[in-house]
Design a protein around this ligand. Structure first.
Ligand code: GLC
Length: 682
């Protein structure tokens, strides 16, 4: 069952694209099943929970598989410190499924509103979900099917098919904020060759550019960029340059000037082009909500494609604003006032002023007042009641109206990805921020995590909730982006990364060198990376099934073994397709971990000696129940259901070299249902 509830005149977000013609649509009807709704300038929906009800979903978010007991905000947020109490990450995916293990019912609610949505998942009241929206123009979708899986799949069906990455994107990707020259790239290639480490892509962070200007390449560091790109391509290695949302405010930059003279940028209330700082200093922000701007910006990617580039990484598209001119002025005024108080000795407490001074600067970044200060020009037919009643400046087209950015904040990155994807078919595309529907245009990664043990588990938790929102080709920064990783931590991150469609090692500038070859016993890293390549035919098939057929690649055990109380509440293992279960180690100095098998399964133990590089893993049948599974950092242990087998090929150093004629099967010798390898990469 799919119902749509329209309140007021919502903004047309384009999140839902395949709404069935026979599904029910209600207008200003508050009778959403299971919920009580209150609408008066704002929107509040309350859902009573039973003691054992569980909540799944919310896409890119903190918390476990079961989100009960936490507050979440749907608001694309650039906050690199993903600590437990945080309420928002880069993606805004305001959907959730309430599952009742007693009644066996699954109800999905999707609050399609492009501004701020607060989702109190039984935090304030232990038995209530309370969703609030500071506006009364929105759509709510309600889906109810017989099982958790079917409910999630119906949601996938209405939001459209996922963007499909090229096959090589299944290969190992090396990245670091700081690669800036041919020499840096050559060193990565040489080291991968020296240690026989597979490689398919090198990501080029902002330092490849000229003064952080989009679509430029630093000539001194890359004297013949085209030759660099083609040299790498011949080796099967793709370069993936980053492009940020903000374009540097720069007299000499033709693209920036083009943007200004054509009115392509967002403007503030006085009709002036918005200026706010990102990496290049003050920047301008393309108004991606205008079709002509999307076309213009999307076409610019061809400048790099002419150099041979076929892959892009789009970033800072929440959008990030380190500070605005107004913000800086207000903060420096406040600082002066505080300083005067201190100098005049008029303080009750020194500590408080220190905090206030810190706050005056700290709140500059991505501030709500900046997001409220500028506007988008949007067709009347799309804007609904979010159109400004009294426009502060004239739109360029009479068919357009002004919409305040803060009201549609979560659609900025969505429309940036749409711009790039629609103008450049067949490319690789990875975005940081997203909304529901972005999965039709781009893949996403999980943003700036840390080299923390808990962030392995966090990535595990996000995989199924992202899948339910259509994001299949995803993964986290392996090794951790912020702070220094250790050899053991990187190995354990990689052991999860072997199974995630995006397998990218990425780190922030200033952190310890994190490329595999910088650690002792590189052969252990070679073993893990090689295992990934052996598994690619299986993984790619699962990715394609999930992307094209609306399956989920990763599901919590609860989705399949809901009758089993332990499986239902298992928070640190995942099913991968219908055959495999993974249970990565995510604690330091561990010799293994406890694993719960919801049915008899084969344990596949891969090491350099057996399975990773060649041959078969050590395999044994384990009975349903709890087991302590030993697993050293240089081993990978995973599970195949009894009666099943998965395809593997010979190890390779690049996806181009993968040879499907070498397929053998791991798992049961005589599988009950042979594995169907429907999608083969090339
Ligand atoms: C952002 C991105 C990160 C990148 C950095 C510099 O923090 O999330 O991946 O390395 O910007 O461009």
């Amino acid at each position: 069952m799919i119902n749509k509830y329209i309140f007021g005149k919502p903004f047309e977000s384009e999140a839902v694209v395949d709404f069935p013609s026979d599904a029910k649509v209600f207008t200003d009807n508050k009778a959403i099943p299971g919920a009580s709704v209150c609408v008066s300038n704002d929107f509040k929906m309350t859902i009573e929970l039973d003691e054992l009800d569980m909540i799944f979903g919310l896409g890119e978010s903190l918390g476990g598989f079961n989100k009960r007991g936490k507050v979440f905000r749907s608001w694309c947020t650039d906050d690199p410190v993903h600590s437990e109490e945080k309420e928002a990450l880069y993606g805004a995916h305001p959907y959730f499924i309430i599952y009742s293990p007693t009644k066996k019912t699954s109800s999905l609610y999707f609050i399609d509103y492009p501004g701020l949505v607060t989702l109190d998942m039984a935090f304030t009241f232990y038995d209530k979900v309370v969703v609030t929206v500071p506006n009364d123009n929105l759509n709510v979708y309600y889906i109810k099917e017989d099982s958790l899986l079917d409910t999630a799949k119906t949601f996938r069906a209405i939001i459209g098919k996922s963007f499909v990455e090229p096959f090589w994107a299944m290969g190992y990707c090396q990245s670091r904020w700081g690669y800036k020259s041919d020499e840096d790239i050559d060193a990565i290639i040489a080291n991968h060759k020296k240690y026989s480490l597979p490689l398919d892509a090198i990501f080029m962070d902002i330092d490849y550019m000229e003064s952080f200007r989009n679509f430029t390449v630093n000539k001194a560091n890359f004297p013949d960029f085209k030759a660099t790109v083609s040299k790498l391509k011949a080796l099967g290695v793709h370069l993936v340059p980053i492009i940020d949302a903000g374009t540097k405010d720069c007299e000499e930059d033709e693209i920036d000037r083009e943007g200004i003279s054509n009115g392509y940028y967002c403007k503030t209330a006085d009709g002036k082009v918005l200026r706010a700082a990102v990496w290049p200093g003050f920047a301008h922000f393309p108004d991606f909500l205008q079709e002509r701007v999307r076309k213009w910006f999307g076409e610019k990617f061809k400048l790099l494609q002419q150099e041979g580039i076929d892959a892009f990484w789009i970033d800072m598209n929440e959008p990030v604003m380190f500070y605005s001119e107004e913000g800086i002025k207000a903060a420096s005024k406040k600082l002066k006032e505080y300083a005067q108080l201190v100098l005049d000795d008029k303080l009750a407490s020194g500590q408080i002023v220190a905090w206030q001074m810190k706050d005056a600067v700290g709140c500059l970044q991505n501030s709500m007042s900046d997001y409220e200060s500028f506007f988008h020009e949007v067709p009347k037919t799309v804007a609904g009641a979010l159109a400004q009643k009294e426009p502060c400046f004239k739109t360029q087209s009479a068919d357009d109206v002004l919409v305040r950015h803060s009201d549609i904040h979560n659609l900025y990155a969505f429309n940036m990805a749409k711009a790039v994807s629609q103008a450049n078919k067949g490319i690789f595309l990875l975005s940081r921020a997203s909304y529901i529907g972005s999965h039709r245009y781009t893949s996403i990664w999980m943003g700036d995590n840390f080299s923390w043990w808990s962030h392995i588990e966090l990535a595990l938790h996000m995989l199924p909730s992202l899948n339910m929102a259509g994001f299949i080709h995803t993964g986290c920064d392996l090794g951790g982006f912020g702070c220094n990783t250790s050899r053991e931590l990187l190995l354990r991150f990689l052991s999860l990364g072997i199974f995630t469609p995006l397998m990218r090692n990425h780190a922030a500038c200033g952190t310890r060198a994190q490329e595999c070859y910088n650690f002792e016993k590189v052969e252990d890293f070679r073993a893990l990376l090689s295992l990934r390549y052996r598994l690619i035919p299986f993984l790619y098939n699962e990715v394609m099934k999930a992307s094209l057929e609306g399956e989920l690649m990763f599901t919590p055990l609860a989705f399949e073994y809901g009758e089993d109380e332990i499986a239902l509440h298992c928070e640190d293992q995942l099913l991968l397709g219908k055959t495999v279960m993974i249970a990565p180690v995510y604690t330091a100095n561990a010799i293994g971990r406890n694993v719960y098998l919801p049915q008899n399964m084969l344990e596949l133990r891969c090491s350099s000696a057996q399975g990773c590089l060649s041959g078969k893993p050590q395999t044994r049948l384990l009975e349903k129940g709890a087991h302590f599974i030993k697993c050293a950092p240089n081993e990978v242990v995973f599970f195949v259901k009894e009666g099943c087998a998965i395809p593997v090929v010979d190890a390779a150093l690049n996806t181009k070299e993968l040879d499907y004629s070498t397929i053998t099967y791991w798992g049961s010798e005589n599988p009950v249902t042979p594995y169907e390898l429907k999608y083969k990469g090339e």
